[in-house]
Design a protein. Structure first.
Length: 105
């Protein structure tokens, strides 16, 4: 199992890009900011890698994350093909750490 860590920006950016076929078992979003933020998460297939993240690819919308709290996406595993992307954004940049746990298949 491997992990990838990224700080979220206010615009949707990659937090994980699959290299080969992978299963994402869990994603943690840790808010280190002194106030609540909102969080958005998108899944972008490799064939659409150049597009902007929009509602067509959104899987989580405006999840409110309290100050100094962590949101965990672990209820369903994501099976990704080579080049598939997970992107995310928050209402405050550089204060939410995204940690992706994945394994190659």
């Amino acid at each position: 199992m491997s992990i990838s860590n990224t700080l979220l920006l206010t615009s949707a950016s990659n937090i994980y890009v699959s290299s080969g076929n992978t299963v994402v078992s869990c994603v943690y979003f840790c808010n280190t900011y002194s106030a609540a933020i909102n969080l958005n998460v998108y899944l972008i297939p490799a064939a659409s890698a150049g597009v902007s993240a929009n509602v067509n690819y959104q899987i989580y919308s405006n999840i409110q994350l309290a100050s100094n709290d962590t949101y965990v996406m672990d209820w369903e595993k994501l099976v990704l093909a080579n080049g598939d992307q997970i992107r995310a954004s928050s209402t405050q940049g550089n204060v939410v750490a995204a940690t992706v746990s994945y394994v190659g298949i």
